[in-house]
Design a protein around this ligand. Structure first.
Ligand code: FES
Length: 139
């Protein structure tokens, strides 16, 4: 991204809070700067977005249209509305956490999220792997 693009600022709204951000930043980066927590597994600030875990899903609204996007890969824009804990986001994220509880239940982030969602077990077939397949070690 060139320097001119980085210096372009946009105004958006995250969970009802008006924020200003650089146009090339992702929702996840902007939320973190604003102290708004969005769960994530495969994101690392020094790496390109990988988009594998989908835990960072958020709901965005632009021009009256809503959709679910991966906040680690979606760049902010003027007049974007972001909902990090909408009912749809929470429903999808809870299902993902339940799935990940079966696949890699030992990941600290998954344990924390399972507690948050009150998940004591999982309906999915257990694999009990230690690798969360976030790709961080390889990348
Ligand atoms: Fe966005 Fe994993 S952190 S998909």
């Amino acid at each position: 991204m060139n320097k001119i693009m980085q210096e372009n600022k946009v105004k958006l709204v995250i969970n009802g809070k008006k924020v200003e951000a650089f146009s090339g930043d992702t929702i996840l980066q902007v939320a973190a700067k604003e102290g708004i927590y969005i769960p994530n597994l495969c994101y690392h600030e020094k790496l390109k977005p990988y988009g594998a875990c989908r835990l960072c899903l958020v709901e965005v609204e632009f021009n009256g249209k809503k959709r679910i996007v991966a906040s680690c890969a979606y760049t902010v824009r003027e007049d974007l509305f972001v909902y990090t804990e909408s009912p749809e986001v929470e429903r999808i994220r809870k299902n993902l956490v339940e799935l990940y509880l079966a696949i890699f239940p030992f990941a600290p982030e998954i344990k924390k999220l399972a507690e948050r969602y009150g998940l004591k077990g999982t309906r999915y077939r257990k694999e009990n792997a230690y690798c969360s397949r976030c790709g961080l070690c390889v990348r």
